[in-house]
Ligand binder design. Structure first.
Ligand SMILES: O=C(O)CCC(=O)C(=O)O
Ligand SMILES: [Fe+2]
Length: 473
């Protein structure tokens, strides 16, 4: 039986051999079948033997029982020179087999990057199925090659790639291949998020009239504070424009449900909060789900406010859980007023108003032009999020919970630089990034490790290596 290495061959080479035992005679060499011989030689002897066979008249279009061509087989086994030879002899770069799989699909399944690049350069289209195969294998270079040709990850592919990243972390395989994979997932997540839609309401930035004032105020005191146009953004570099953005689906329902399952076990009464720090001491899977969502919020903020990704740092993120009637949940406040370094906020909801709980609605609370205050309701829905500039223009409050359980993930970001005394040299390469992820996220030994991660985040999860800051925030 024909076997090529130890790889599983999804397009059925083995059946092919069983099905085509027709003897042929070429230049005195007895063979069971030409197709088999090409496939075999592609695997073991490479181009020279294939060259001889092709010269002897074997067709590069020959197919096995599943309709796979020699090009499919060369692609799966990563023989770029054989594939090039077959292509130069007229092999069709995109011909599907009986299952509809193209040679590129075979390359994506087998990890033959050079063949994949060759096929793409000959016009092979990167199908969603090929992208998903590469995603499931966590093959970042293959995913990058497919994306460069227009084959970007869809939601299923991004989740497969992330699941593979989680698996590697759980199995202790945190190496230089992991950061590029995570960066691809995070970039896909932002693209997919924006495709799911959002609605933006621009608002005039507001700050306290009195310089240095306006901090630590709540409720009536805050409502009465004299304000003027502009941002404070103490110590940071914020965008000059302010807004509030509704994302109907910052997390998909499946993601929200998965995360929620974990949280329901982790946040048991009387606990009603769960921070990333506590999360990192719980288990790798929950931590990484948290990190993926937090990074999506960070990228959404950088994108919406036109800020370089390296300037947006997470300062705090936690899951809040309120159960049953609560007299007071969140009075009127502005996030930047409560903590000066909070410049951008995001609140992701994991529960739905009217289904999982009653009350608990989020309200914008603005001074009305006619005097007094006016409120605008944002009823939480599973997977939805509000993202906003944290200044005095975006005062908000949360209505007391009447019944049910309400999970939310309030997250706060700063544009302040990391204080010089806490800065570390940015990691030199992806192996160093991986080592840092292992130390501060996958297997932290003390809370300080996770705390430090927040400050290093922007260097570990930069858009690309060139975006890693040399000496600043
Ligand atoms: O849970 C919410 O809806 C908002 C929470 C909030 O405003 C905050 O934590 O600052
Ligand atoms: Fe808030």
């Amino acid at each position: 039986m024909f076997k090529c290495g130890s790889k599983r061959e999804p397009w059925g080479t083995e059946q092919h051999v069983d099905a085509s035992v027709d003897s042929l005679e070429v230049k005195g060499i007895a063979m069971r079948s030409m197709e088999m011989r090409i496939a075999n030689d592609a695997c073991y002897r490479g181009m020279r033997a294939v060259d001889l066979l092709l010269h002897a008249g074997v067709s590069p279009h020959s197919r096995n029982a599943r309709g796979s061509t020699p090009l499919h087989l060369a692609a799966f086994h990563g023989h770029a020179s054989v594939a090039a030879q077959l292509l130069s002899r007229g092999a069709a770069p995109a011909a599907p087999n009986h299952e509809g799989h193209s040679p590129l699909h075979a390359a994506a399944a087998g990890g033959g990057l050079a063949v994949a690049r060759l096929l793409l350069s000959r016009g092979a289209a990167p199908s969603a199925a090929a992208v998903r195969l590469a995603a499931a294998r966590g093959d970042a270079p293959m995913l990058a090659a497919l994306a460069a040709a227009g084959g970007e990850m869809d939601e299923a592919a991004a989740s497969l790639a992330f699941a593979e990243a989680v698996r590697r972390c759980e199995e202790g395989r945190v190496d230089g291949a992991l950061p590029p994979l995570l960066r691809l997932v995070f970039a896909a997540d932002l693209r997919l998020l924006l495709a799911r839609g959002r609605s933006v309401a621009n608002v005039t930035c507001l700050r306290p009239e009195e310089e240095g004032g306006g901090y630590g105020l709540y409720d009536e005191e805050l409502a009465a504070l004299p304000l003027t146009e502009g941002r404070v953004c103490a110590g940071g570099e914020c965008c000059a424009e302010c807004s509030r953005i509704d994302f109907p689906s910052l997390a998909t329902r499946e993601e929200a449900d998965l995360f929620l399952q974990e949280l329901e076990l982790a946040i048991v009464p009387p606990l009603h909060q769960f921070s990333l720090m506590k999360c990192a001491f719980r288990d790798t899977r929950t931590t990484l789900h948290f990190v993926r969502l937090l990074e999506r919020m960070r990228r959404a903020i950088a994108h919406e406010y036109g800020l370089p990704l390296r300037r947006v740092l997470p300062v705090q993120s936690f899951v809040s859980c309120f159960r049953g009637a609560q007299d007071k949940q969140g009075g009127l406040h502005a996030d930047e007023s409560t903590h000066a370094e909070m410049h951008y906020s995001a609140v992701l909801y994991l529960s739905t108003h009217g289904e999982d709980f009653e009350g608990g609605t989020f309200y914008w609370n603005d001074a009305s032009p006619a005097g007094g205050r006016e409120r605008l309701a944002v009823p939480p829905a599973k997977g939805s999020a509000v993202v906003f500039s944290s200044g005095w223009e975006n005062m908000h409050e949360v209505e007391p919970l009447a019944s049910g359980t309400r999970f939310a993930v309030p997250s706060f970001f700063t544009t302040c630089a990391v204080p010089p005394e806490l800065r570390r040299a940015p990691p030199r390469d992806d192996a160093a990034v991986a080592a840092e992820l292992q130390r501060s996220l996958v297997a932290p030994r003390e809370a300080a490790d996770v705390r430090h991660l927040m400050m290093e985040w922007h260097t570990l999860f930069a858009e690309d290596p060139a975006d890693r800051p040399e000496d600043s925030a």
